[in-house]
Design a protein around this ligand. Structure first.
Ligand SMILES: Nc1ncnc2c1ncn2[C@@H]1O[C@H](COP(=O)(O)OP(=O)(O)OP(=O)(O)O)[C@@H](O)[C@H]1O
Length: 266
């Protein structure tokens, strides 16, 4: 067998953690909520998904995570997700958060992370304090700046930290694609800044999609933006590109935080 030459060498493998959505459609009783969406997100990107109420953002994420029946194709790391049940999609390294953090309020931060890590230990073992933390749990505590709060009950955490704990629970499961639904809703300004920095750290080697309405947050932290409108992709590009798009300006009339020229905004 001869060694492959440059021209006959096999193409490099597809990006191992890229999300590729093609012609995605979700219909509810004849109403098309997602209408032929194509979307590509690569690791290292930090994609913000925006659009007016009812644009189809949550439904798109529901379709990717198996919660809404859809047609078309959703591939992650080369694998087709459509048609798989929710738990199998999760096992492929896909995780999401919802607008309200879903943590176990009566358990400590550490116990929440332990449970998420599913270390296969009994409840009694989980509730016992251990001397050595699993590496993934220690890393998630560090990444989410929760190390000093590890023994606090999750229910007593400030709103922002609860959201970070939920993100930490995805990190310990080694989720490679994170879909976050309005992660900074209800957060203070410092919490939003810290969340933006956290998302940048996470997106360095994972694929992150953020549904967001907070335009100031988007302008500070988005690496790229997809604008949905009436179930379709209206515009896509950098923050500056979508802001300059007249179609986006029309849809976002009255949203100066998105469309005002740089330096002139509130
Ligand atoms: N289970 C459902 N049954 C019927 N219609 C639905 C269902 N889920 C969503 N829809 C409709 O699909 C459209 C898209 O909803 P979706 O929640 O995806 O929008 P969104 O962009 O996330 O909006 P928001 O920013 O308000 O959360 C809306 O018109 C909504 O009413």
């Amino acid at each position: 067998m001869t060694a492959p030459t440059a021209s006959t060498a096999p193409a490099p493998p597809a990006d191992p953690a890229a999300l590729a959505v093609r012609d995605l459609r979700v219909t509810f009783d004849g109403f098309t909520a997602v209408d032929g969406v194509d979307l590509d997100v690569a690791p290292g990107d930090l994609r913000f998904l925006i659009g007016p109420n009812g644009a189809g953002k949550t439904t798109l994420v529901d379709a990717v995570t198996g919660l809404a029946p859809a047609t078309g194709s959703v591939r992650f790391a080369g694998r087709e997700l459509l048609g798989r049940p929710v738990h199998r999609i999760a096992r492929l390294g896909i995780g999401r958060t919802f607008q309200t953090a879903t943590v176990f309020e009566q358990l400590t931060v550490l116990q929440n992370l332990d449970i998420a890590a599913g270390a296969g230990r009994s409840v009694t073992t989980l509730l016992r304090r251990r001397r050595h933390l699993p590496e993934a749990v220690a890393a998630a505590l560090e990444t989410t700046a929760l190390t000093a709060h590890r023994d606090r009950l999750a229910g007593t955490l400030a709103h922002g930290r609860k959201q970070w704990l939920e993100i930490g629970m995805l990190l310990v499961q080694d989720v490679r694609l994170l879909l976050l639904d309005e992660p900074v809703a209800g957060m203070s300004h410092p919490e939003r800044e810290a969340t933006g920095e956290l998302l940048h750290r996470i997106a360095a080697d994972r694929t992150v999609v953020v549904i967001e309405h907070d335009m100031d947050f988007l302008r500070s932290f988005a690496r790229s933006v997809t604008v949905l409108h009436a179930g379709r992709v209206l515009s896509e590009g950098t923050v500056e590109q979508v802001r300059a798009d007249p179609r986006v300006q029309e849809v976002y009339l009255g949203e100066p935080a998105l469309t005002a020229p740089a330096g002139g905004e509130a």
